[in-house]
Design a protein around this ligand. Structure first.
Ligand code: WTA
Length: 677
């Protein structure tokens, strides 16, 4: 594969201008209680001990039949972990806890409307519901092991119940983020070949009861147009016994789960003994180009990975109340709301609505009322809290001992705010870097062992051997201050098995670039290309610059958009920043920077100048923006990521494309007007 030409943006030698931040130490109290305090874990998981070290992860699970080969590489880079083993995910997440923890809360469900009652689902209750739902899938739907089912469910307990019912039977679920359109759902139904869609009539978002059922009609229509017939649409009711959508039910196709399930009250369904390498679920992720890819995750490797990382990185103890504020429609929710926490018998919180509804104090009230002590969210939410309610955390009497950030690089300024204000200076923070493809965390500190460093995700997890390559495949050594393509040298339990139905794309996109020998069966020849640009410090901590395409090249100086944004956030008034490249005849490109201000500040020329001064000060004159645009809000995806692509199109006066999938499409028009004038 060596002679292959690659034309994509080269990552080699990106000048990285930010300085290293200092360490923050976890409190002695935290270290004293942590689940993992033994530093020798890094030795046990050293490259010399690969892959046998991962036995330690597998041993956190209950197996019907223990595996006989830890890693089968005969079809590299499609690997099989724990080959020969038999297990069931729903058994591991529920049944095995019944003997000692039957009455413990598995799920605290918090409806968006504050006047509605919080629901506490015990492990026993979860077991009953999952069994009954499994009976519906098996008997009423006629589904069997290996079939795919598309779920398009909002954040209610019915979602994990449905997932676990699928897992009980070895049915492969594909949950589509509830905020996605019917048409996005239809594409995923088609790609996965699902003949059953499971959805809900309605759910709350921003105080409004949204008609969700109408998306099912659209999804089924799109799927049928593409040749995938959907025989049954199962609809959970937001309020059991009442239909909350206005869209008509389709005779013979649409059924209310809450009615059908009555015939199965008391049903018990034996968990199916699944091979470790059997697929558990598909999670679609959109690349920057091409159609969505169905990342196929397995049973044994995946569960071992999320169980171990929930225990050691999330550090969840039996008495903790753990709240991950992601949506279960994303990988974070699958791994760290549902499968990981339930596998270790935690109490996990599911919140239906938006974090700032009805006001910016909502999250902290929930935390206070439920006694949440482990909190998990994304930089975008942290920036939103900082922007809309910086005084709120102090008003509530919660105490976090542990907090997570995930999903995008966090600017050191924002990290420090999270630490001081949300964590009240008492909580440890883990910055967990990973991807839909990877199943679980790849880089993070293990909180009682490694100190924190703002803006840096920390070292590779035990058994995850990171390496940074330049474009030619040479290693960029740690501590050189040079970024490159972040790769993982070895496979790990939890990594996706393939792209559903498209092994070629799987190999092409994730392995081809640095593959040493495409006929090799040796994992050493197949480094995994993450698609992120990153820099490794002397201490092995990895700082993510963002996706490879989030790099701009000004006069031959390659600047990570993230480092410019971090510099802008040093300015007191700035809450959020996004940098985009503008075509420039001489420089190639130059940056435009968009900033949103914290509440109480009015846009002014003075603030714009301060932003530019900060860019020049923190990075150098090369980073000076052509223009600082102070905008009311950033265009964002439903998962909260800033859509730089849209801003770049506005700046370059090109077509912004389809903005309907954004959380706030209306803001695009406002920004356009501002830039065009
Ligand atoms: C980015 C989410 C910096 C990264 C789990 C990755 C991060 C992409 C971090 C995957 C982090 C995720 N610091 N960047 N802690 N976590 N990313 O598939 O660019 O939704 O490739 O998985 O998010 O996003 P995905």
């Amino acid at each position: 594969m060596a002679e292959k030409e690659y034309t994509e943006t080269s990552e080699a030698q990106i000048a990285v201008h930010w300085g290293e931040e200092g360490y923050y130490m976890p409190s002695v109290k935290f270290i004293a209680q942590a689940n993992m305090t033994d530093e020798s874990i890094y030795d046990r998981f050293s490259m010399d001990n690969f892959p046998d070290c991962f036995k330690e992860y597998a041993d956190l699970l209950d197996w019907y039949k223990y595996w006989d080969e830890i890693l089968d590489t005969s079809d590299a880079p499609c690997y099989k972990w724990f080959k020969g083993g038999l297990l069931n995910v729903s058994y591991n997440c529920i049944d095995r806890h019944l003997a000692g923890n039957s009455n413990k809360t598995a799920i605290h469900f918090v409806p968006e409307l504050e006047e509605e009652k919080i629901e506490h689902v015990t492990y026993r209750e979860l077991w009953v519901r999952v069994n009954e739902m499994a009976a519906v899938l098996l008997d009423f739907c006629g589904l069997k092991t290996g079939d795919r089912v598309t779920l398009h469910l909002p954040m209610l307990p019915d979602l994990p119940v449905t997932m676990l019912a699928c897992a009980r039977l070895g049915i492969i679920h594909s949950q589509v983020f509830g905020g996605f359109s019917g048409s996005a759902c239809g594409d995923r139904i088609t790609d996965s070949g699902s003949s059953v869609l499971i959805t809900m009539d309605a759910y709350y978002r921003g105080g409004k009861l949204l008609n969700h059922k109408q998306k099912a009609d659209e999804a089924v229509g799109i799927a049928e147009k593409h040749g995938q017939k959907v025989d049954k649409v199962l609809i959970w009711q937001r309020y059991p016994g009442k239909y909350s959508a206005s869209t008509p039910m389709v005779e013979g196709r649409d059924f209310f789960v809450n009615e059908v399930i009555k015939d199965y009250y008391g049903a018990r369904v034996e968990p199916v003994k699944m091979p470790a390498e059997a697929p558990l679920f598909l999670m679609y992720t959109s690349g920057t180009t091409g159609k969505p890819k169905g990342c196929q995750h397995d049973t044994g490797g995946y569960l071992a990975c999320v169980t171990a990382t929930s225990k050691y990185v999330q550090d969840i103890h039996p008495e903790d109340v753990y709240w991950c504020m992601a949506d279960i429609g994303w990988i974070t929710g699958h791994s760290y709301i549902v499968y990981g926490p339930l596998s270790i018998c935690a109490s996990t919180v599911i919140y239906e609505g938006i974090p700032t509804y009805p006001d910016a104090g909502r999250c902290w009230r929930i935390a206070q009322d439920l006694g949440v002590n482990i909190f998990h969210t994304a930089p975008t939410a942290i920036r939103a809290f900082r922007k809309t309610g910086p005084e709120e955390p102090a008003k509530y009497n919660y105490e976090f001992k542990h907090m997570t950030t995930v999903g995008e690089p966090i600017e050191p300024e924002v990290w420090k705010w999270y630490y001081e204000v949300v964590g009240k200076g008492k909580a440890v923070i883990v910055d967990t870097w990973w991807q839909t493809e990877t199943g679980g965390f790849l880089c993070s500190t293990i909180p009682a062992i490694k100190p924190m460093k703002p803006g840096s995700a920390g070292p590779g997890m035990p058994g995850i051997h990171c390496i940074i390559y330049d474009d030619k495949g040479n290693e960029v050594p740690p501590g050189k201050g040079i970024a490159g393509n972040l790769c993982i040298r070895n496979p790990w339990p939890g990594m996706f098995q393939t792209i559903w139905g498209d092994r070629d794309r799987f190999v092409r996109q994730y392995f081809e670039k640095y593959c040493k020998d495409s006929s090799s069966k040796d994992w050493r020849d197949w480094p995994y290309l993450t698609g992120d640009a990153a820099m490794m410090a002397e201490d092995g901590y990895v700082r993510i610059l963002g996706r490879i395409d989030d790099v701009i090249n000004v006069s031959g100086h390659r600047l990570g958009t993230k480092e410019l944004e971090s510099a802008a956030l040093v300015v007191e008034e700035v809450a959020e920043a996004a940098v985009v490249p503008i075509r420039h005849d001489i420089k190639g490109v130059e940056p435009d920077i968009y900033v949103a201000l914290k509440p109480g500040y009015e846009p002014s020329e003075e603030i714009a100048q301060k932003v530019n001064a900060a860019l020049v000060r923190e990075i150098g004159p090369i980073a000076k923006a052509r223009k600082v645009w102070i905008v009311p809000d950033m265009p964002k995806t439903r998962s909260g990521k800033i859509m730089r692509r849209v801003l770049a199109a506005i700046s370059n006066k090109s077509d912004v494309g389809d903005t309907m999938t954004l959380a706030n499409p209306e803001v695009v028009e406002d920004i356009k007007k501002m830039v065009e004038n």
